[in-house]
Write a protein of this length. Structure first.
Lengths: 328, 111
């Protein structure tokens, strides 16, 4: 009993030594806007090898995808529980807000990239089904003096008239996350309109102009070449389609930023060790958040990829930002 | 605010999504059941309706479903994407090369 506690204590002390420098540097760097796109994504070209960041570490680009894969393979089983614990359940509200802003209509086709355990897709299907119910009720009410025969006719023709069923495709690079998601779907009884595909956001296995909505929630910061992922998003969306990205971002308020940094670096890896038995993966998580471009910069990246009307909403003081753009 | 969060947590865990399974998707269910008759092993069936929008990530061309080996074949490039647990694996590095004479080679080394 004493040994694991000692190990944990040693790790905490080591981490706090490391982190005493980091959050201060992070906050002051943000205020001075030192994180240019070049430092964020690519380091120097050494003998032709390009390197990138993996959290605060520098790794060859070819290695990043594999290391990210290992992180999510390790955390897959405890992923949903950890999300609840780390965000105190608030991640559910962020995802609900995404759906609220999305406001999908029945018949919409969703591609949920880095969809992992399926949170966004489940919410999407629930949302469109409740929209469908609401439309049926509205139709039934609009008939002035309905007889029971009329009402039953309305209900039966409704099914035939539906031009296309809503569909959600969950695409993730990691099989384990999809397996967990699939088990969740089975236990929740959701199967209709839901598909699972293992795929790379930088090289999507879908044809052009296929989807009405493309979402990537808390996944794009793990992609090695974000600009390629944005290009692919533009390709697979129908004209008029919407790109929506939910991701951790820069906290605007300095007091909140300090509290958030302390919580991130002191609490989250400890929780990761206690609950999921994996300190390093959650260390990567909080570091990768710091390396991701801030709201305005990411907005420019999305515009550069060819999206129009790019906007962002901040949630929880900028802890999370929802970026949205249209393919026109 | 936290009262609302806890309330939602409780209702979500207790209720779960209610009306989702009542979608009128008899066609899709029937096609899935038809495929499952072919291979009744522990694996859930592959939903062939996915082929409508699934393409090879390299060439973006349509794929052919091979029921015997449970793979999606791109004949043009000579590669096969495996399907496990009903979920197709569309990562190019994990695809299998098909030799021209019909023999299969070992899968290309990937991370």
């Amino acid at each position: 009993m004493a040994a694991p506690t000692r190990l944990l204590l040693r790790r905490v002390i080591r981490l706090s030594h490391r982190c005493n420098n980091v959050p201060a540097a992070g906050v002051s760097a943000r205020s001075r806007c030192c994180w240019g796109p070049s430092t964020c994504r690519c380091f120097s070209d050494v003998a032709g090898d390009r390197s990138t960041h993996f959290g605060f570490e520098t790794v060859p680009e070819t290695e990043k995808a594999e290391r990210v894969y290992k992180v999510f393979k390790n955390v897959a089983q405890k992923y949903d529980t950890m999300n609840d614990v780390m965000s105190l359940g608030i991640h559910r509200l962020w995802k609900d807000m995404l759906l609220h802003v999305m406001h999908p209509q029945p018949g919409a086709q969703l591609l949920d990239v880095a969809g992992g355990t399926g949170d966004i897709s489940f919410r999407f299907l629930e949302y469109v089904h409740s929209q469908q119910e609401r439309q049926k009720r509205r139709m039934a009410r609009s008939v002035q003096t309905p007889s029971s025969q009329d009402i039953s006719n309305n209900y039966s023709t409704e099914h035939e008239d539906t031009p296309q069923e809503s569909r959600a495709v969950v695409c993730d690079i990691n099989k384990e996350m999809l397996n967990v998601g699939r088990k969740r779907a089975d236990s929740m009884g959701i199967s209709a309109g839901l598909s699972w595909v293992v795929g790379n956001a930088e090289e999507l296995p879908f044809d052009d102009d296929q989807f009405d909505i493309y979402t990537i929630a808390f996944g794009i910061r793990n992609v090695t070449h974000i600009d390629q992922a944005l290009q692919e998003a533009l390709r697979v969306l129908k004209p008029g389609g919407r790109f929506m990205c939910l991701e951790f971002s820069k906290v605007t308020n300095p007091v909140l930023a300090r509290m958030y940094d302390t919580y991130s670096f002191q609490m989250i890896p400890v929780l990761g060790e206690v609950i999921a038995g994996d300190w390093k993966s959650y260390q990567y998580l909080v570091e990768s958040i710091r390396k991701f471009p801030e709201q305005e910069e990411f907005k420019h990246m999305i515009e550069d990829a060819g999206f129009y009307c790019v906007k962002y909403h901040n949630f929880t003081g900028g802890v999370v930002a929802l970026h949205s753009g249209f393919k026109l | 605010m936290f009262g609302r969060v806890f309330g939602r947590l409780l209702t979500e865990t207790v209720r779960g999504p209610s009306g989702v399974k009542h979608a009128p998707l008899a066609q899709r269910a029937a096609s899935a059941r038809g495929v499952s008759d072919l291979k009744d092993e522990a694996q859930p069936p592959f939903d062939t309706s996915l082929l409508h929008f699934l393409v090879c990530p390299l060439s973006k061309k349509p794929l052919r479903y091979e029921a015997n080996t449970n793979e999606l074949i791109n004949d043009e490039l000579g590669i096969a994407y495996s399907i496990s647990n009903g979920i197709p694996n569309m990562i190019p590095q994990e695809a299998r090369l098909l030799q021209k004479d019909g023999d299969t080679s070992a899968p290309p080394t990937h991370q």
